[in-house]
Design a protein around this ligand. Structure first.
Ligand code: CMP
Length: 139
């Protein structure tokens, strides 16, 4: 079914001017960018966004990294968008990502892995609402 997912182009990618290259991969995968804005996340925003990882050893580094430069937050729409985007992103660790995926081609490390995508419909809805008002999403 037609579905929406939430995406972040992370600071390692914006720093290397890869926003357009990543958007090309997204669009080639049949996903439509129905909302997009470039922001600098605050520490509080990053901590709340990644709240499920608060107890993980990499949490503090992750928050520092996500606030180290601009990000591009996006809403992507398409057939089974959540799974479709996870496929084009590739594995979290770029060392394990398949050829042709965003993370295989662009990611620097398991932390600086260029993109985030929602993992389920419930998290997609929460993540989209955290960054976008309804009238900012134009399908
Ligand atoms: P993301 O999909 O945004 O969700 C959590 C993020 O934590 C992940 O991508 C990585 O950027 C980061 N991260 C850093 N270290 C790890 C790790 N060991 N396992 C999973 N995620 C990690």
């Amino acid at each position: 079914a037609l579905q929406r997912t939430f995406s972040i182009i992370k600071p390692d990618a914006t720093r290397r001017n890869l926003t357009g290259a990543i958007n090309a991969k997204i669009e080639e995968a049949g996903l439509r960018i129905v909302a997009q804005k470039r922001i600098h996340m605050t520490k509080a925003q990053a901590e709340t966004f990644y709240g499920v990882h608060a107890e993980r050893p990499f949490f503090n580094d992750l928050v520092s990294f996500m606030t180290s430069g601009p990000v591009v937050v996006q809403v992507l729409e398409g057939e089974d968008a959540i799974a479709a985007y996870r496929k084009v992103m590739g594995a979290t660790n770029p060392a394990n990502a398949e050829a042709g995926t965003i993370r295989k081609e662009f990611a620097e490390s398991i932390e600086a892995n260029s993109v985030h995508g929602s993992d389920a419909p419930e998290t997609a809805a929460v993540e989209i609402a955290y960054f976008f008002a309804g009238n900012e999403i134009v399908g």
